[in-house]
Write a protein that binds this ligand. Structure first.
Ligand code: ZN
Ligand code: ZN
Length: 357
C-alpha cells in the first residue's frame, strides 16, 4: 500500500487549514496502515503523526513506520490537544462526523488558540477510487466468500435452521482465511425473507422457501458483500416470477455502471424494472453502495443521495435490488463490481441464475 501517496493526496486538499485531525478508524487505516481500534492521526503538509496508547505502540511502529508515533499517556483527546499545540499551528480541520461531542468539547476546551474547522468526507472521497493493492484484497475477500458459500450451499437442506446456515457460512469463511465476517450474516427463508436485514432465526427451512443469504468476508480490513437467493426445491410461480424481475433489475443497474455516470442512474435503472413489474412499493432501499475498508461507504447509489457521485474507474460498488412481499417472500440479488474504463467487472463471483437446491 502506498501510504505516502495517500497522505500527499490528503495534504494537497488542506486548502484552508494547516493540518487535519483524523479520528475515523477506517480513515486512519487507509492513511497509515494502522489497524488498531483506538488512536488519532494528524496530517500536515509535510508530516503525519499517529497518536495511540500503550496497547498499540509496538503494532503502530510496525504497521505505520512512515508516521511519527506520538505515545499517548492521557485520554486520547488530551494527547491530541497537547500535540497540536506543540505543532504551533492555528487552523486545524477535524472529522466532524467522527468525533463525539464529549471529545470535541474537551479538545476545544484545551486548545482555545486553535481555530477548528469541521470537515466531512475528505478521506472518504479519496477512498472511493481503489488502487490495485486494494482491488487485490477486495477480490481476495470475495473469492473466500464465494468458496465458503459454495461449500455451505452444498450442505443446506430442508429442515436446517436459518441460524445453522449462517454459522456454517461464517465458519467456512474463517477456515478459508477471512479475518471475520463483513457484518452479521443474514440468512432468512420463506416468509422471513421479506425482512431485508433479518437476523437468522431458529426457524427451519421448508420445501418451496426462497432462502436469501447476504454475507461477506474480510481480508486485511477490506470487505466483500454479496447476496444470493436460492429456492429450496420447487418454489411457487410467484416466487420464480419475482426472482426474475429482481434479476432483470440487477442486470439493468449493472448495465449502467461505467465512468461518467451518476450513481443515481444505476438506482433509477434497477428501480424502473421493479416499478414496471408493479412491485415498486416493495423495493424500499437504495440500489447500491461503495465497498472497501467499510462494507458501506461512498459512493451511494440511491434515489435521492445527499451527494450524487459520478462513477469513475476504480470505484467499487454494489448493485443489489430486491423485492420484499411482507409475510410471503423476499428476493435480493447483490453483486459487488469495480468500475472499469468502459463498464464494470464483477468482484463477487457467484452466478445469480435461478437455482433450486
Ligand atoms: Zn450485502
Ligand atoms: Zn450491500
Amino acid at each position: 500500500m502506498n501510504y505516502q501517496a495517500r497522505l500527499a493526496r490528503l495534504a494537497a486538499r488542506l486548502d484552508d487549514v494547516d493540518a487535519i485531525l483524523i479520528t475515523g478508524m477506517e480513515n486512519i487505516r487507509y492513511l497509515s496502515g494502522f489497524s488498531g481500534s483506538s488512536g488519532a492521526v494528524v496530517v500536515g503538509p509535510e508530516n503525519g503523526w499517529l497518536i495511540t496508547d500503550f496497547r498499540y505502540w509496538e503494532q503502530a511502529e510496525r504497521e505505520a513506520p512512515h508516521l511519527s508515533l506520538v505515545r499517548q499517556r492521557d485520554p486520547l483527546w488530551q494527547s491530541v490537544a497537547e500535540h497540536v499545540l506543540q505543532l504551533g499551528i492555528e487552523r486545524v480541520g477535524f472529522e466532524a462526523d467522527k468525533l463525539s461531542v464529549d471529545h470535541w468539547q474537551h479538545l476545544r476546551g484545551k486548545t482555545a488558540q486553535i481555530a477548528w474547522q469541521p470537515k466531512v468526507g475528505l478521506v472518504e472521497s479519496l477512498r472511493m477510487v481503489k488502487d490495485p493493492d486494494e482491488l487485490r484484497l477486495l477480490n481476495e475477500a470475495a473469492d473466500i466468500a464465494a468458496q465458503a458459500l459454495a461449500a455451505t450451499l452444498a450442505r443446506v437442506k430442508v429442515g436446517m435452521e436459518e441460524w445453522d446456515v449462517a454459522v456454517e457460512l461464517e465458519s467456512h469463511m474463517r477456515q478459508l482465511g477471512s479475518d471475520g465476517p463483513s457484518f452479521d450474516t443474514i440468512a432468512v427463508a420463506g416468509p422471513r425473507a421479506s425482512l431485508p436485514h433479518g437476523k437468522p432465526s431458529r426457524r427451519r427451512i421448508e420445501v418451496g422457501d426462497l432462502l436469501t443469504i447476504d454475507y461477506g468476508a474480510t481480508t486485511r480490513g477490506y470487505h466483500s458483500d454479496e447476496t444470493v437467493t436460492v429456492a429450496m426445491g420447487m418454489a411457487s410461480t410467484e416466487a420464480r416470477t419475482v426472482y426474475e424481475v429482481v434479476r432483470s433489475a440487477q442486470a439493468a443497474g449493472l448495465a449502467q455502471v461505467r465512468p461518467g455516470v451518476a450513481a443515481s442512474t444505476v438506482d433509477r435503472a434497477a428501480r424502473a424494472v421493479i416499478d414496471d413489474a408493479g412491485h415498486g412499493e416493495f423495493f424500499g432501499h437504495s440500489t447500491g453502495h461503495g465497498v472497501g475498508l467499510e462494507v458501506h461507504e461512498a459512493p451511494w447509489a440511491g434515489q435521492k443521495p445527499a451527494t450524487d457521485w459520478t462513477l469513475a474507474e476504480g470505484m467499487v460498488l454494489t448493485v443489489e435490488p430486491g423485492i420484499y412481499l411482507p409475510g410471503r417472500l423476499g428476493v435480493r440479488l447483490e453483486d459487488t463490481v469495480v468500475v472499469t474504463s468502459s463498464g464494470c467487472q464483477r468482484v463477487t463471483k457467484t452466478d445469480k441464475a435461478w437455482r433450486e437446491l
